[in-house]
Design a protein around this ligand. Structure first.
Ligand SMILES: [Zn+2]
Length: 234
Protein backbone atom coordinates (compact mmCIF):
# COMPACT_ATOMS: atom_id res chain seq x y z
CA UNK A 1 0.00 0.00 0.00
CA UNK A 2 1.57 3.28 -1.08
CA UNK A 3 1.54 6.50 0.87
CA UNK A 4 -1.55 8.62 0.30
CA UNK A 5 -5.29 8.93 0.77
CA UNK A 6 -7.63 5.98 0.40
CA UNK A 7 -11.32 5.21 0.61
CA UNK A 8 -11.45 1.62 1.83
CA UNK A 9 -14.55 -0.53 2.06
CA UNK A 10 -14.57 -2.88 5.00
CA UNK A 11 -15.78 -4.07 8.36
CA UNK A 12 -14.49 -3.55 11.89
CA UNK A 13 -13.34 -6.86 13.42
CA UNK A 14 -11.74 -5.53 16.58
CA UNK A 15 -11.66 -2.27 18.46
CA UNK A 16 -9.09 -1.26 21.00
CA UNK A 17 -8.76 1.94 23.03
CA UNK A 18 -5.26 2.83 24.15
CA UNK A 19 -4.37 4.56 27.44
CA UNK A 20 -3.47 7.61 25.38
CA UNK A 21 -7.06 7.89 24.17
CA UNK A 22 -6.43 6.56 20.68
CA UNK A 23 -8.68 4.07 18.97
CA UNK A 24 -7.10 1.21 17.11
CA UNK A 25 -9.31 -0.80 14.78
CA UNK A 26 -8.52 -4.10 13.15
CA UNK A 27 -10.53 -3.99 9.94
CA UNK A 28 -11.09 -6.41 7.13
CA UNK A 29 -10.88 -4.40 3.90
CA UNK A 30 -11.97 -5.35 0.44
CA UNK A 31 -8.93 -5.74 -1.85
CA UNK A 32 -6.50 -4.94 0.99
CA UNK A 33 -7.24 -7.63 3.57
CA UNK A 34 -7.13 -7.26 7.34
CA UNK A 35 -5.10 -4.47 8.87
CA UNK A 36 -4.79 -2.09 11.80
CA UNK A 37 -5.98 1.45 11.46
CA UNK A 38 -5.31 4.19 13.97
CA UNK A 39 -7.53 7.09 15.01
CA UNK A 40 -5.33 9.26 17.27
CA UNK A 41 -7.20 10.86 20.17
CA UNK A 42 -10.56 9.53 18.97
CA UNK A 43 -11.43 8.07 22.38
CA UNK A 44 -10.90 11.39 24.16
CA UNK A 45 -13.46 14.11 24.89
CA UNK A 46 -16.04 14.46 22.17
CA UNK A 47 -15.71 11.09 20.53
CA UNK A 48 -15.00 11.82 16.93
CA UNK A 49 -16.52 8.81 15.25
CA UNK A 50 -19.45 8.15 17.60
CA UNK A 51 -20.53 4.51 17.41
CA UNK A 52 -19.03 4.01 13.96
CA UNK A 53 -15.90 2.31 15.28
CA UNK A 54 -17.72 -0.64 16.86
CA UNK A 55 -17.08 -4.19 15.65
CA UNK A 56 -19.43 -5.34 12.84
CA UNK A 57 -19.78 -1.84 11.40
CA UNK A 58 -19.45 -1.96 7.62
CA UNK A 59 -18.69 1.11 5.62
CA UNK A 60 -16.32 3.24 3.63
CA UNK A 61 -13.31 4.25 5.67
CA UNK A 62 -11.47 7.37 4.60
CA UNK A 63 -7.80 6.76 5.44
CA UNK A 64 -4.37 8.21 5.11
CA UNK A 65 -1.46 5.84 4.66
CA UNK A 66 1.79 7.20 6.01
CA UNK A 67 5.04 5.28 5.59
CA UNK A 68 4.42 3.64 8.99
CA UNK A 69 0.71 3.68 9.75
CA UNK A 70 -2.76 3.71 8.36
CA UNK A 71 -4.76 6.60 9.86
CA UNK A 72 -8.53 6.89 10.01
CA UNK A 73 -9.99 10.17 8.76
CA UNK A 74 -13.72 9.51 8.39
CA UNK A 75 -16.28 6.74 8.23
CA UNK A 76 -19.36 6.47 6.08
CA UNK A 77 -21.43 3.71 7.70
CA UNK A 78 -23.24 1.48 5.21
CA UNK A 79 -24.49 -1.25 7.53
CA UNK A 80 -24.43 -1.32 11.32
CA UNK A 81 -25.96 -4.77 11.98
CA UNK A 82 -27.89 -3.28 14.86
CA UNK A 83 -30.09 -6.37 15.19
CA UNK A 84 -26.97 -8.33 16.07
CA UNK A 85 -25.24 -5.71 18.17
CA UNK A 86 -28.35 -5.13 20.29
CA UNK A 87 -28.83 -8.85 21.02
CA UNK A 88 -26.23 -10.30 23.45
CA UNK A 89 -26.49 -13.88 22.14
CA UNK A 90 -26.21 -12.90 18.51
CA UNK A 91 -23.40 -10.48 19.31
CA UNK A 92 -21.49 -13.17 21.15
CA UNK A 93 -21.86 -15.48 18.16
CA UNK A 94 -20.67 -12.80 15.75
CA UNK A 95 -17.68 -12.09 18.00
CA UNK A 96 -16.69 -15.76 17.82
CA UNK A 97 -16.56 -15.32 14.05
CA UNK A 98 -14.63 -12.04 14.15
CA UNK A 99 -12.12 -13.69 16.50
CA UNK A 100 -11.64 -16.57 14.07
CA UNK A 101 -11.15 -14.15 11.18
CA UNK A 102 -8.70 -12.09 13.23
CA UNK A 103 -6.79 -15.21 14.12
CA UNK A 104 -6.66 -16.96 10.76
CA UNK A 105 -6.77 -14.36 7.99
CA UNK A 106 -3.31 -13.18 7.05
CA UNK A 107 -2.77 -9.46 7.64
CA UNK A 108 -2.59 -7.38 4.45
CA UNK A 109 -3.64 -10.34 2.29
CA UNK A 110 -6.82 -9.64 0.29
CA UNK A 111 -9.55 -12.23 0.94
CA UNK A 112 -12.68 -10.79 -0.63
CA UNK A 113 -14.41 -14.14 -0.93
CA UNK A 114 -14.15 -14.83 2.82
CA UNK A 115 -15.35 -11.29 3.46
CA UNK A 116 -18.43 -11.98 1.32
CA UNK A 117 -19.08 -15.22 3.22
CA UNK A 118 -18.82 -13.34 6.51
CA UNK A 119 -21.27 -10.70 5.29
CA UNK A 120 -23.74 -13.38 4.17
CA UNK A 121 -23.55 -15.00 7.61
CA UNK A 122 -24.17 -11.74 9.44
CA UNK A 123 -27.23 -11.04 7.29
CA UNK A 124 -28.59 -14.47 8.26
CA UNK A 125 -27.70 -13.95 11.91
CA UNK A 126 -29.96 -10.90 11.94
CA UNK A 127 -32.90 -13.16 11.23
CA UNK A 128 -34.66 -15.69 13.38
CA UNK A 129 -32.63 -18.69 12.21
CA UNK A 130 -30.76 -21.35 14.17
CA UNK A 131 -27.41 -19.75 14.97
CA UNK A 132 -25.42 -22.97 15.02
CA UNK A 133 -26.63 -23.75 11.52
CA UNK A 134 -25.52 -20.32 10.31
CA UNK A 135 -22.15 -20.91 11.92
CA UNK A 136 -21.91 -24.23 10.07
CA UNK A 137 -22.62 -22.41 6.81
CA UNK A 138 -20.06 -19.73 7.64
CA UNK A 139 -17.27 -22.14 8.60
CA UNK A 140 -17.95 -24.67 5.87
CA UNK A 141 -18.08 -22.10 3.06
CA UNK A 142 -14.95 -20.35 4.30
CA UNK A 143 -13.05 -23.62 4.69
CA UNK A 144 -14.26 -24.89 1.34
CA UNK A 145 -12.79 -21.76 -0.29
CA UNK A 146 -9.50 -22.60 1.35
CA UNK A 147 -9.68 -26.29 0.48
CA UNK A 148 -9.97 -27.31 4.13
CA UNK A 149 -13.59 -28.44 4.39
CA UNK A 150 -14.20 -32.18 4.20
CA UNK A 151 -15.97 -33.31 1.04
CA UNK A 152 -19.44 -34.42 2.18
CA UNK A 153 -20.98 -35.75 -1.00
CA UNK A 154 -18.32 -38.22 -2.13
CA UNK A 155 -16.33 -40.73 -0.13
CA UNK A 156 -12.70 -39.69 0.43
CA UNK A 157 -11.53 -43.22 -0.36
CA UNK A 158 -13.61 -44.72 -3.19
CA UNK A 159 -15.20 -41.53 -4.54
CA UNK A 160 -18.71 -42.97 -4.56
CA UNK A 161 -21.62 -40.87 -3.44
CA UNK A 162 -22.04 -41.08 0.30
CA UNK A 163 -25.39 -41.99 1.81
CA UNK A 164 -24.63 -42.39 5.48
CA UNK A 165 -21.41 -40.50 6.14
CA UNK A 166 -18.59 -41.49 8.48
CA UNK A 167 -16.66 -38.40 9.43
CA UNK A 168 -13.14 -39.24 10.54
CA UNK A 169 -10.77 -36.35 11.29
CA UNK A 170 -10.77 -34.16 8.20
CA UNK A 171 -12.34 -36.66 5.77
CA UNK A 172 -15.67 -38.38 5.22
CA UNK A 173 -16.04 -42.03 4.19
CA UNK A 174 -18.86 -44.21 2.93
CA UNK A 175 -20.17 -47.33 4.65
CA UNK A 176 -17.74 -49.67 2.84
CA UNK A 177 -14.62 -47.58 3.35
CA UNK A 178 -15.11 -46.51 6.95
CA UNK A 179 -11.97 -47.21 8.91
CA UNK A 180 -12.94 -47.65 12.54
CA UNK A 181 -15.83 -47.29 14.92
CA UNK A 182 -14.93 -43.88 16.37
CA UNK A 183 -16.11 -41.83 13.42
CA UNK A 184 -18.95 -39.41 13.69
CA UNK A 185 -21.88 -41.07 11.93
CA UNK A 186 -24.10 -38.74 9.95
CA UNK A 187 -27.40 -40.20 8.75
CA UNK A 188 -28.48 -39.55 5.17
CA UNK A 189 -31.19 -36.96 5.96
CA UNK A 190 -28.87 -34.96 8.18
CA UNK A 191 -26.16 -35.01 5.56
CA UNK A 192 -28.59 -33.72 2.96
CA UNK A 193 -29.63 -30.93 5.27
CA UNK A 194 -26.00 -29.99 6.02
CA UNK A 195 -25.27 -29.75 2.30
CA UNK A 196 -28.34 -27.56 1.74
CA UNK A 197 -27.26 -25.34 4.60
CA UNK A 198 -24.07 -24.27 2.84
CA UNK A 199 -25.06 -24.55 -0.83
CA UNK A 200 -28.37 -22.69 -0.98
CA UNK A 201 -28.23 -19.00 -1.84
CA UNK A 202 -29.20 -16.82 1.10
CA UNK A 203 -32.80 -16.07 0.17
CA UNK A 204 -33.50 -19.68 -0.82
CA UNK A 205 -32.06 -20.79 2.49
CA UNK A 206 -34.38 -18.45 4.36
CA UNK A 207 -37.39 -19.94 2.54
CA UNK A 208 -36.15 -23.51 2.96
CA UNK A 209 -35.58 -23.08 6.68
CA UNK A 210 -39.23 -22.17 7.19
CA UNK A 211 -40.35 -25.49 5.76
CA UNK A 212 -37.98 -27.90 7.49
CA UNK A 213 -37.22 -28.97 10.99
CA UNK A 214 -33.46 -29.00 11.48
CA UNK A 215 -32.05 -32.33 12.62
CA UNK A 216 -28.29 -32.03 12.33
CA UNK A 217 -26.29 -31.40 15.47
CA UNK A 218 -24.40 -28.35 14.24
CA UNK A 219 -22.78 -27.71 17.60
CA UNK A 220 -20.81 -30.95 17.19
CA UNK A 221 -20.07 -30.41 13.48
CA UNK A 222 -18.94 -26.84 14.07
CA UNK A 223 -16.53 -28.04 16.69
CA UNK A 224 -15.10 -30.52 14.20
CA UNK A 225 -14.67 -27.80 11.58
CA UNK A 226 -12.96 -25.51 14.08
CA UNK A 227 -10.62 -28.37 15.01
CA UNK A 228 -9.67 -28.82 11.36
CA UNK A 229 -9.13 -25.08 11.01
CA UNK A 230 -6.91 -25.01 14.07
CA UNK A 231 -4.87 -28.05 13.08
CA UNK A 232 -4.50 -26.96 9.46
CA UNK A 233 -3.45 -23.40 10.16
CA UNK A 234 -1.48 -23.81 13.38
ZN1 LIG B 1 -16.01 -45.33 -0.04
Amino acid sequence: MRQGFYKLTGVVLKRHETNEGDIRLYNLFRDYGPQWILAPGAARGRRRFGGATEPLIWGHFGCYKSPKQLYLRDIEVKEDHWKIRSNPDKLERAMVWTNLLTKYLLPLQPCNEVMAIFYDSLCLLERDIDESMIEWRFLYRWMKRWGLAPELIRCASCGKEVTTAYWDGDVVFCEECRSNTDELIIPKEELREMVFAFTLPRESLVRWIQRVELRANYVVYNRKLRDILRLSLA
